[in-house]
Structures are given as structure tokens and as C-alpha cells.
Design a protein around this ligand. Structure first.
Ligand code: HEM
Length: 366
């Protein structure tokens, strides 16, 4: 079997190819960083280095060894240990690398805007988003894991992933969508909105450590609607584990947090599932639609397994990875139903095999 592929020959084509490589690499690192960020939280490493941006003011935990050892002597299983410090710092290093990559994309998108055939607006918006995300990363540490800050940090990561997916998806050639599919773009935007609400509610469960507040399903403490305290559960400005009046958070408040997330999931799964089922009839949308349906089922499964097996780390990680996958799949559907294709560049052959205005060298690979 042989495949035909085009290789970039002109300066413009090489630029486009280089730009795409950096965009796809950055998109991939964004996804990894979100999942690693969840691991930081689940392994209780969020305060592994209690200051910011350094670790006890040092660039790596090696320089801060004596401070870390002193903290371990006081509290051997406390928030500061050597592995936790490394986990936290690796998250910060990769975050900084991501920031640099996104800055490079912004610069290239501006310098090569003529060749790329697009304005650099989206690339710059992503740069602003990553700076805000960095600020929330810092406040996560300095405000001692305050639930609202950690939840916004999670939502910020997912927003960054959505924007990077948009940037990457518009560089990827796909079959033209059927004319009737365009009418669904508003519905798909609704799906992305609902998904983000569900992710926010899920973040609220995890940042308040309410994963095991209901251990039965579909009931909660034996009731379909158990006794709950919404006022304290959803009061947003308060410290971790406390109510606004400073008392320890009640079981009824944690139940409210958990119950809302699992029941709102029913509406989200129904809406997005039916939409994906309809969209999969269009061959250009079949891939992301199938991915959406598979991930929705997996999300239910990992959510329930988290409860029944009492919150195993791997399953909780998979639940968050599933949410990130849903962001990628639904945003891809949005880009496609909006009819966004790689830009047509005058006089530049598209290195991904799009219609060309100029001959490109065609290479045959065995
Ligand atoms: C579309 C469906 C769903 C989505 C998109 C979703 C998304 C999320 C997200 C983003 C988190 C936060 C993860 C983190 O911060 O690390 C979360 C937490 C959680 N979700 Fe869901 N979820 C869904 C459905 C469900 C269902 C059906 C259940 C259970 C019946 C469930 C149970 C949980 C639990 C127990 C947590 C806390 C996990 C932890 O603390 O690590 N979820 N969810």
C-alpha cells in the first residue's frame, strides 16, 4: 500500500508546517498539564512548596532540601515532603514551558500573519488566558487551596484547552460538512456551555473533598433527595473545609455539593448525547461525535467507580481526563459545524493536501 503526501518546498509552506507543528505540540502539552495538575491535587501535593514561584525561594527542591526536611520532621505526613515538592515544582516548570510555547505562537502568528492568512487575535487571546491561569496557579498556593480559586484554576485550564483545540482544529483539514449540519452550531455552543458548567460543579466537588459525600447511587444516604445545605455548600468565598462563619463544613453542605454534580450530569449527558447521536450522521462530524458518546459513557462509569471503590487515584484521574477529552471533542464539533477550515493562502500550497494554487512536490511513501 502506498500513500501520497506533500512536502513543503517554499519558504511560506515551511513556515505553515512549522507553525502547525508548534500548535499541535502546545495543544498536547496543555492536555498533559491539566491531567498532571489533577494528579498534583489528588496526591495532596498542592502545597508541596508553600511559597511561589520558587520552592522556599529556591529554583528546585534540591536547593530547599534543609527547609523541606525540617517541615517533614514536624509533620512526617504533612503537606510538605520531598516527593510532593517535586510533583508541585514539575507542574510549575511545565506550566512555564507552556507559557513560553504560547508566547512563541503569538509572535509567529503575528510575524507570519500574511502567510498564515489569519489575524493573530486567537493566538493572543490564548496568551492572555495562560497569564491569567498562571496567576490563579500562584493564588492556589498562596491562598492555601481555597476551593473557589482551585475550581477557577481547573476551569481556566479547561478554557485554555478549549482555545488551543480551536487553534489546532482550524489548522486541520477535514471533509466539508453537509449544509444541514451548519444549523447545529448554536446547539453545539450550548453543549460546550453545559459541559463547562458540569466541569465547574465537578471541580467544586473535588476542591471541597466531597467525592464520598454520597456513597450510594442513584440514591444518596438512601434518599433520592437527601437533607442538604445549599446555602453553605455553594457559598463561594470561604476557606477549605470551613463554612463562611468559620465553623467546619457540615455533612449536609458536602452532600449538596456532591448531589448537584451527579444529578446535573443526567441533563448534560442527555443533551450532549442526543446532539452527538444526530451529528454522527454527517461523515465530517462522525469522529468527534463518536468520541463524545464514548466519553460520556466513560464519564458515568468513572464517576460511579470513584464512589463505589472509594476514590481510587487512577479512576479519579481518568474522570478528569474524560472531562478534558469531552472539551476537545465538543470544541472540535463547534469548529466544524461553524464551517471553519484551514485558511486558503493565496499562492501557497497547503502542506496538508488542501486545494492548491501552486504546484507542490509530491512524494510517494511506500
Ligand atoms: C458529563 C458528565 C461528567 C463530567 C463532565 C464530569 C466532570 C467532572 C470534573 C471535571 C470533576 C473534577 C475533577 C478534578 O478536579 O480533578 C469531577 C469530579 C467528580 N465527579 Fe464528575 N463528571 C461527570 C459525571 C459524573 C457522574 C455521573 C458522577 C457520579 C455519579 C460523578 C462523580 C464525580 C465525583 C465523585 C467527583 C470528585 C472526584 C475527586 O474529588 O477527585 N461525575 N467530575
Amino acid at each position: 500500500m502506498s500513500t501520497l503526501a506533500t512536502v513543503p518546498v517554499t519558504v511560506e509552506e515551511k513556515r505553515i508546517a512549522r507553525y502547525r507543528k508548534i500548535v499541535f505540540l502546545t495543544w498536547f502539552i496543555t492536555l498533559d498539564l491539566i491531567i498532571f495538575g489533577v494528579f498534583v491535587r489528588l496526591s495532596d501535593s498542592g502545597l508541596g512548596c508553600p511559597d511561589w514561584p520558587g520552592c522556599y525561594g529556591k529554583v528546585t527542591p534540591i536547593g530547599a532540601l534543609s527547609e523541606i526536611q525540617a517541615a517533614v520532621q514536624v509533620l512526617p505526613d504533612g503537606p510538605v515532603t520531598i516527593p510532593k515538592a517535586w510533583i508541585e515544582m514539575v507542574h510549575r516548570y511545565v506550566g512555564a514551558l507552556l507559557g513560553l510555547l504560547i508566547m512563541s505562537i503569538g509572535i509567529l502568528a503575528w510575524r507570519w500573519r500574511g502567510t498564515l492568512g489569519r489575524t493573530p487575535t486567537l493566538a493572543w487571546a490564548i496568551f492572555v488566558a495562560v497569564c491569567i491561569q498562571g496567576a490563579f496557579g500562584a493564588w492556589t498556593v498562596t491562598l492555601k487551596l481555597m476551593p473557589i480559586i482551585v475550581t477557577i484554576h481547573l476551569l481556566g485550564g479547561m478554557t485554555l484547552l478549549a482555545l488551543m483545540t480551536w487553534l489546532a482544529a482550524r489548522e486541520k483539514t477535514h471533509l466539508p460538512i453537509q449544509p444541514q449540519s451548519k444549523a447545529y452550531v448554536g446547539w453545539v455552543a450550548g453543549a460546550v456551555f453545559l459541559l463547562f458548567m458540569q466541569i465547574g460543579l465537578g471541580g467544586w466537588v473535588s476542591t471541597n473533598y466531597a467525592a464520598l459525600a454520597c456513597m450510594d447511587f442513584p440514591t444518596c444516604h438512601g434518599y433520592l433527595v437527601p437533607p442538604m445545605d445549599f446555602k453553605n455548600g455553594y457559598s463561594v468565598v470561604r476557606a477549605l473545609g470551613e463554612m463562611p462563619n468559620g465553623e467546619a463544613i457540615s455533612q449536609n453542605a458536602l452532600t449538596a455539593i456532591h448531589w448537584v454534580h451527579r444529578n446535573f450530569a443526567l441533563a448534560v449527558v442527555a443533551y450532549i448525547g442526543i446532539l452527538a447521536w444526530r451529528l454522527r450522521k454527517d461523515p465530517a462530524l462522525r469522529g468527534p461525535s463518536n468520541l463524545v458518546m464514548t466519553l460520556l459513557a466513560a464519564q458515568f462509569l468513572t464517576g460511579l467507580t470513584t464512589i463505589f471503590f472509594q476514590w481510587p487515584l487512577l479512576i479519579a484521574l481518568l474522570h478528569s481526563a474524560g472531562a478534558a477529552g469531552l472539551v476537545i471533542a465538543t470544541v472540535t464539533l463547534m469548529v466544524r459545524t461553524a464551517g471553519i477550515q484551514p485558511a486558503r493562502r493565496h499562492g501557497v500550497a497547503n502542506v496538508m493536501g488542501e486545494n492548491m494554487n501552486q504546484p507542490t512536490r509530491v512524494v510517494k511513501y511506500a
